[in-house]
Design a protein around this ligand. Structure first.
Ligand SMILES: NC(=O)c1ccc[n+]([C@@H]2O[C@H](COP(=O)([O-])OP(=O)(O)OC[C@H]3O[C@@H](n4cnc5c(N)ncnc54)[C@H](OP(=O)(O)O)[C@@H]3O)[C@@H](O)[C@H]2O)c1
Length: 223
């Protein structure tokens, strides 16, 4: 996020927040996970590929019997996802689309060739979704935004750790997306989150917060 807490610009233009060192850190974290989840708006707006960039990290995963890149997961209520989006087109890893019940049939027709569409009920609970992912063998999930997804995972007390990387500039436009929206968060002035690490990555600062007893303080550089 920016110094003033924004994760995107107010336009559809990309907002480069990370530097090379931070992107490499993100690659290491992705490689340590079974799956990566983003909201449908991020699939549409950012068109991310969500593949492991480092050949060495892909090889480590392969020697562990894992696919080169983690499973990709998204969630949608309206189902407006394009099967040609990079999320679906890039890489051979499994793709899961959790859909609200009313649009499951329509979404399946469009997306089943490129993804597994899961009927996630109505409304879609991210608590239920997390448990369903666990039943599919996803034990370490990386959640990469955007604002709506961050807000639901954090207010739902579903996250074990928070990686907050701050880029050295301001956005200064309240019509842009911030890290989170309004909500009742489990961490407040009476219950402070535990700061597990602060790391400088060039001009970016990473803060890691331990949010649950399941937090595992691992050396991600080894991944
Ligand atoms: N800086 C960063 O690290 C970072 C990372 C990721 C994203 N971003 C930015 O964040 C912005 C997007 O944030 P956002 O808050 O607008 O969107 P988002 O969190 O990416 O996705 C929201 C969408 O996900 C679906 N969704 C979320 N919760 C759901 C639920 N419980 N049940 C059913 N569907 C659900 C809905 O999709 P439908 O509309 O399809 O129903 C909803 O519109 C983008 O501009 C992107 O650039 C920044």
């Amino acid at each position: 996020m920016s110094i003033d807490g924004y994760i995107a610009s107010a336009t559809t233009e990309p907002l480069p927040l990370s530097n090379a060192a931070d992107l490499d850190r993100v690659d290491a974290v992705r490689a340590s996970c079974d799956a990566i989840l983003i909201g449908a708006a991020t699939v549409r707006n950012d068109r991310p590929r969500l593949l492991i960039r480092s050949a060495a990290r892909r090889n480590v995963r392969l020697t562990r019997g894992l696919p080169p890149s983690p499973i990709k997961v998204t969630v949608t209520e309206k189902g407006r996802l394009d099967a040609s989006a990079s999320f679906f087109a890039a890489g051979d890893s499994e793709k899961l689309v959790y859909c609200a019940s009313p649009i499951v049939n329509e979404a399946s027709e469009r997306l089943e060739p490129v993804a597994t569409v899961v009927d996630a009920g109505q409304p879609v609970s991210l608590h239920w979704l997390s448990e369903d992912l666990h039943s599919r063998g996803v034990h370490r999930l990386m959640v990469e935004g955007g604002q709506s997804i961050h807000t639901q995972f954090l207010t739902g007390d579903l996250a074990d750790e928070l990686h907050l990387a701050v880029a050295p500039f301001f956005v200064g436009d309240s019509t842009a997306r911030r890290l989170v929206g309004d909500g009742r968060f489990p961490w407040n002035s009476h219950r402070r989150a535990a700061l597990a690490e602060v790391r400088q990555l060039g001009d970016v600062v990473l803060m890691r917060y331990a949010l649950s007893s399941r937090f595992r303080d691992e050396a991600l550089e080894d991944c």
